[in-house]
Each structure stands twice: as C-alpha cells, then as structure tokens.
Design a protein around this ligand. Structure first.
Ligand SMILES: Cc1cc2nc3c(=O)[nH]c(=O)nc-3n(C[C@H](O)[C@H](O)[C@H](O)COP(=O)(O)OP(=O)(O)OC[C@H]3O[C@@H](n4cnc5c(N)ncnc54)[C@H](O)[C@@H]3O)c2cc1C
Length: 290
C-alpha cells in the first residue's frame, strides 16, 4: 500500500496540511509502523495521507516555562529521559519503555495520542496532573490529560488538530516530601507492552508510625478502557481509610479484561497489590527525611 506524504518544516505549515487533508500525524512511527504491517491484533492499516512531524523543531523542545515543565509533543522519550527536569515518576516509566532504539524514535505525543489503555507514560503523567495543548490553524486549546482519551484508540482530538505540547505543573515534580511509585507488569522487562501499568504520587507528613497523607494520587493503566485515577479512592486515602477499605474502593472501580496479553484476574490482583504496596511504602517511609 502506498501513501501520500507531507513533511513540513514548520508547525504553521503542518496545521494547514492537517486542516486541508486531515492527514494522519506520524511522529516516531513506533505504533504506526506496527499498524501499517497489519499484524493480527494491531488494528487497522493507517488511514493516509501521512503527516511527518520529525522536521518541526517547534514541537521537539523540553523546557521550563514559569512553574511548568513543557515537553514538545514530538520530543523523543530518550531526550525526555535525559533531561534534568524529567520528574522521577515519569523517568521510571520511560526507562522501562521498550529498548533504547525504540525510545530514540518514540514520542510522548504519540504515546498519548495512541490512546492505549496500556500506554506507559500516561499513569505518571496523570498523577503529575499533566495538561495538553491541542493546536489547530489559528488557535489552540488546553485540556487536562484525564479528559483526552475516551476509550481504546479514541480521543477528543479533532481531525484538524495536533497535540503540540504536554505541560507538567512544578508542584508535580518531586519536591520535598513527595514520594512516587511506578510499577509495570509486562511479559518481560524490555520490549514488552504492559499487562498492567500503575503510578502513584504522595506527600506524607506527621510523626513516624502513623501514616498521614497531605496529598495522594494513584493512576491505573490497562485495567479499564482508558488510564484513569479514582477521586473517591484518593479522597478516602486522605481521610485516613485503611488499606482494606482502599483496596475495596479500587476493586469496585477497575474493569480489567482478558486478552492476548493477560487475564482480568491477574490484572486485578497486580493493580490492587500495587496500590497496597505503595501505601505500605509510604507507611514505612513515614518520619524519614525525604
Ligand atoms: C517493540 C515496541 C515496544 C514498545 N514498548 C512500549 C512500552 O513499553 N510502553 C508503551 O507505552 N508503548 C510501547 N510501544 C508503543 C509505542 O512505542 C509508543 O506508544 C510510542 O510512544 C508511540 O510514539 P510514536 O512517536 O512512535 O507514535 P506514532 O507511531 O508516530 O503515532 C502513534 C499515534 O499517535 C498519533 N500522533 C502522534 N503524534 C501526534 C501528535 N503530536 N498529535 C496528534 N496525534 C499524534 C499518530 O497519528 C498515531 O495515531 C512499543 C512499540 C514497539 C514497536
């Protein structure tokens, strides 16, 4: 199959092409190339034409803007990982993403736009309260990452838009007293898509021996149609609910499925055990100097 292709050198040009043709954005291609080959279970072939994003410098940056870390949608995972401001919880997920060759090509925008419930960067970004900039010719809008994916492979991105950046508030960067957690369960350590992917962020305070949380966030990947946080769970944790109660709240909300990668029972067990493990780590760290 052949495709028409565009390879613009500026964002303005890319957005014009998107408006005129609704061409499929092609960033690192590490999802799209697999889809192009049409292997069983990898979805449909790419709807052409293709819009290559690799020559657009304006969406490759990683920089601080005021109190935010702003990551261009087409920055590679390797560049993000090498950046001194990369939040540790995100770095842990990126280190486990495939292998260096894939990380050199794959982008954060691609991982998000692909809208896989098993996208490994999304749980860390959700607990970091990340926001997205979606741009179109002549305008842009910002929205919480949590509002972007609506189901497997489905998002609120319009046909004339591109994700142009990902914004992480500074409060989300590991600061004094902030503890983080990341757990990926895959078939093997490298080059495997996740069976379950989980991230947590918390701020603890108070005396040793009694867990007291000032902030608690936990995101669940691959146990529902999208990656998600459970507000009720986080509020219950802050209100002092014990681990059994928190497990029960989470168990009532996660919806794992059986598929070629894993079973629903395995995913449920790993997700709930990970939640318990993070809470246990926080209790053990209570009173330690961060
Ligand atoms: C061997 C292998 C191992 C992998 N391991 C992992 C893993 O461990 N964890 C994981 O989460 N994923 C994994 N993946 C999947 C893939 O690497 C990631 O999802 C990656 O981040 C996708 O980024 P990309 O730039 O390659 O996206 P592309 O393939 O270029 O695009 C993916 C989707 O996003 C859209 N898109 C890309 N950029 C934009 C943009 N700026 N605006 C709007 N839409 C856009 C494209 O149109 C397409 O629909 C793996 C893939 C392979 C082949």
């Amino acid at each position: 199959m052949s495709y028409s292709m565009y390879r613009p050198g500026s964002l303005a040009e890319a957005l014009d092409i998107r408006r005129e043709t609704a061409a499929t954005p092609f960033a690192g291609g590490t999802d799209l190339m697999v889809r192009h080959r049409g292997y069983k279970g990898t979805g449909h072939r790419i709807p052409g034409p293709l819009l290559f994003l690799d020559r657009i410098d304006e969406i490759q940056h990683i920089r601080r803007e005021g109190d935010q870390l702003v990551i261009g949608a087409a920055a590679s995972l390797s560049d993000i990982l090498a950046h001194p401001d990369c939040p540790p919880v995100l770095a842990e997920a990126l280190e486990l993403h495939a292998a260096p060759a894939i990380r050199n090509r794959a982008t954060l925008g691609g991982n998000i736009a692909n809208a896989s419930p098993a996208a490994d960067s999304v749980p860390p970004l959700l607990v970091l309260d990340a926001r997205l900039t979606l741009s179109r010719s002549g305008g842009e809008r910002r929205l919480d990452l949590s509002a972007f994916a609506t189901g497997p492979g489905r998002t609120v991105l319009d046909a004339d838009e591109l994700i142009t950046d990902i914004r992480i508030p500074a409060a989300g960067k590991d600061a004094l007293g902030v503890r983080h957690y990341y757990r990926k369960a895959g078939t093997r350590r490298a080059n495997a898509l996740s069976r379950v992917s989980l991230a947590g962020l918390a701020r603890i305070h108070g005396a040793p021996g009694e867990l007291s949380l000032a902030d608690f966030r936990f995101a669940f990947g691959a146990v529902g149609p999208t990656v998600f946080r459970i507000r009720e769970l986080e509020e219950a944790a802050l209100a002092g609910a014990d681990i059994a109660e928190l497990r029960a709240v989470a168990a009532g909300r996660i919806r794992p499925i059986d598929d070629q990668r894993s079973t629903a029972d395995y995913r449920r067990a790993v997700a709930l055990n990970a939640l318990e493990e993070f809470l246990g780590q926080l209790a053990a760290q209570q009173g330690e100097t961060p």
